[in-house]
Design a protein around this ligand. Sequence first.
Ligand code: HEM
Ligand SMILES: *[C@@H]1O[C@H](CO)[C@@H](O)[C@H](O)[C@H]1NC(C)=O
Length: 531
Amino acid sequence: MASNPLILSNSSFISPIDISIAPFTSSALYFPLCTVVAFASWVILYHGQMRAQAKKCQVEGPFRWPVVGAYFEAKRNLWRVHDWNLRYFRQSKTILIDFGLFVNVLTVDPKNVEYILSTNFSNYPKGRKFHERFSDWLGNGIFNVDGELWKRHRKVASYEFSARKLRDFSCNVFREDALKLASILDLAASQQEVNCQDLFMRMALDSICKVGFGVNLNCCSPSLPAIPFGIAFDSANEHTIIRQVSLFWKMMRFWDIGSEKHMRKNLENLDSFTYSIIQNRKAEIGTSVDCGEDYVKEDLLSRFMTYRNEDDEGYSDKDLRDAIMNFMIAGRDTIAVTLSWFIYSICENPSVPESIRAELNDVLGDTQSLSYDKFASLLTYYSLSKMNYLHAAISETLRLYPAVPKDTKIAVNDDVLPDGIIIKKGYSVSYVPYSMGRMKFLWGSDACEFRPERWLKNGIFQPESPFKFTAFQAGPRICLGKDSAYLQMKITAALLMRFFTFSLVPGQTIRYKLMSVLSMQNGIKVQVTRR
Ligand code: HEM
Ligand SMILES: *[C@@H]1O[C@H](CO)[C@@H](O)[C@H](O)[C@H]1NC(C)=O
């Protein structure tokens, strides 16, 4: 059992039956006294039972107090939750956190991860609770459903990520948008500091809207326009997280008060934006049909719009809205936060950008005299596939800073994990990429160091098992956008490394924020110099 940091909170825990609130008569003392005695004996009994149970299952984890479990310890550590979990994983590959109202089993053991995500996939869906909290925002989109509906979404969406589409279409979009970002950095170079995370968010939003929905938002224009949609989107994300820890969110939603009032306003903004995208696209399809043409746009939205099942039913407008929302979270935040952590990592490890530049020279030849545009045109699907070191540097970023740091499923039935841990129906079961990347038993004694070379053998990138390197999940629900994501991040990183050097603005604290993605609390401020 872990040391017990909760001793202090315990005294406040019993304060409600502090006798000072009772009048000082002997009969009035009787009741509180009895309560204390009853409470104390129950504590001892309950505790003994818990201990025995934990011992039997050999599960480590934070100390479990009666009734409240580790709730207060968890609450105190919420702001650094991933490192709090990590501390317990240093004692055991699977841990149990008892939140009082529910129990969460977390694991970094690849055997367990494979079992949850693949072998016994059907016993570990996202579950109803998750669906409920996310459904106002993500609706019945691919992220937020299980079973048949998920299967159908997955099938329709998977065409979108074919190698052909990436090579012939997405690659051009990623190049265009990376060039826009470069021109903003060019203006700022040597003059003002820039917040990379904000810029990457803009770039990634532009790209996903073009690739996914055929819409050009132009967030990455030099005037850096305000993006009400982006703000409403982030706010909806944060308010959804508040729902995870709030007991009364449904009541607050009903009365339209507090955080739920903000949530409603955000959702209205998001809806008006997405429904207008849908109406525009419908109008376009209508026009081309009138002209007797086949409608040819190849974006994801068009694909969902023209989909018909066996009974000739298509997707409703609400379904399309949900699809847009889901691809937005899939394709914007993940890319932007990973690129931000990449910039952080290369600032902290200056030999890495040098090695990337050396590889660019090897693969592309001398590019010293080329303009931004000319250089970008050399970054093709094919040339990028030969950049093993760059691929390794991005993978190394995701190993230490996985965009989805922890991912949780719900057990449908009682089960036993391969390492013997007993799972009860209704337990949350999580695999934890953030901790996995830091485990010595998986990566060796330098697990916490940023070292792209660990991925290379004779200069060739060696993929790891997805059950060990879990940044993209694994099994039937493995990330659909993985190749697309590497493509975009490699194009962007190559362009930026070729033309700029980065250094961190001193005096800032870089840390993660409590969100479903590992975004940076205050972004990352850098000084940029033109090379
Ligand atoms: C660094 C980049 C990315 C990372 C680390 C990442 C990671 C992940 C993870 C962990 C999941 C599983 C989430 C869950 O089921 O709880 C996931 C699912 C998914 N990702 Fe990505 N992703 C990235 C980029 C993208 C991009 C760019 C797209 C598409 C534009 C995308 C599309 C999807 C989709 C559609 C799913 C749902 C798959 C399903 O449930 O069957 N991802 N991703
Ligand atoms: C999967 O989980 C179920 C509980 O729903 C359990 O009965 C079954 O034995 C497990 N299947 C495998 C392949 O271990």
